[in-house]
Design a protein around this ligand. Structure first.
Ligand code: IPE
Ligand code: IPE
Ligand code: MG
Length: 236
């Protein structure tokens, strides 16, 4: 298999538009997040059924901490619920779960639950579900630069040893291939500090659908579109 025909292994999604979905219905933003969590479950199941090996979902960015405290509180409550209930089902379906992001920003009980889920699902191999939580790509890159600098300072590596592979292997995403496809819902066309390094050669797809309305049918259509694209990686 050459690069151009390599099949779709890893999809990254920016799940955006919960707030607008709620606003359109005259509901509080929290109702949008609640419906968005339902969509998330449907899409995780569908991706597994479609044979996708890695799914990385942007659930909460480092910048999202700046939102109204009530909204942040609501989102953390939803997360607690999700970690307790739904992830059990996911685990039973053979899904391995990992989290990327800055854990020290999250409440200790949530962090504890995250470690437990990672441990409990570490032997699963049907699909890897990676949840980006309190995640920011620039922070991830800086953390990696700090780790590498420390190794160089201690003399464990020389500056010439630093290459793309070493760098990739020190990111939060070290155990996954780069995403083949990035999907962002809600019509916004920006990365909002998501996987800046990892998306270097990914195909982008921007959907106008608000995340709570996103469906497995739309996911299939996007995958068909992806399959018709030619990936060139700078070659002719
Ligand atoms: C995405 O929906 C969910 C999170 C960022 C947590 P938003 O809450 O950003 O919804 P919009 O963009 O305001 O519609
Ligand atoms: C990106 O969406 C983060 C998540 C979907 C979790 P935002 O809604 O926070 O991004 P901006 O503010 O529109 O760029
Ligand atoms: Mg948004």
């Amino acid at each position: 298999m050459n690069d151009k025909t390599k099949k779709l292994q890893h999809i990254a999604i920016i799940m955006d538009g919960n707030g607008r979905w709620a606003k359109k219905r005259g509901l509080p933003r929290s109702a949008g997040h609640k419906k968005g969590a339902e969509t998330l479950k449907e899409i995780v199941r569908a991706a597994g059924d479609m044979g996708i090996k890695y799914l990385t979902l942007y659930a909460f960015s480092t910048e999202n901490w700046q939102r109204d405290p009530e909204e942040v509180k609501g989102l953390m409550g939803l997360l607690r619920e999700y970690l307790k209930s739904e992830l059990k089902e996911i685990q039973e379906n053979g899904v391995k779960i990992i989290f990327i992001g800055e854990r020290n920003m999250l409440a200790p009980d949530i962090v504890e639950q995250m470690y437990k889920i990672e441990k409990d699902t570490s032997g699963n191999d049907k699909m890897t579900l990676c949840i980006a939580l309190s995640y920011g790509s620039r922070q991830e890159i800086i953390t990696t630069v700090q780790k590498i600098s420390l190794l160089a300072k201690k003399g464990d590596i020389s500056v010439n040893d630093i290459d793309i592979k070493m760098f990739s292997d020190m990111l939060y995403t070290k155990d996954m291939p780069d995403p083949d496809l990035l999907i962002r819902t809600s019509g916004e066309q920006r990365l909002s500090n998501y996987l800046l390094w990892q998306l270097a050669y990914s195909e982008f797809f921007f959907s106008p659908t608000l995340w709570p309305d996103f469906s497995k049918e739309e996911l299939s259509t996007i995958i068909e579109n992806f399959n018709s694209r030619e990936r060139r990686y700078g070659k002719n």
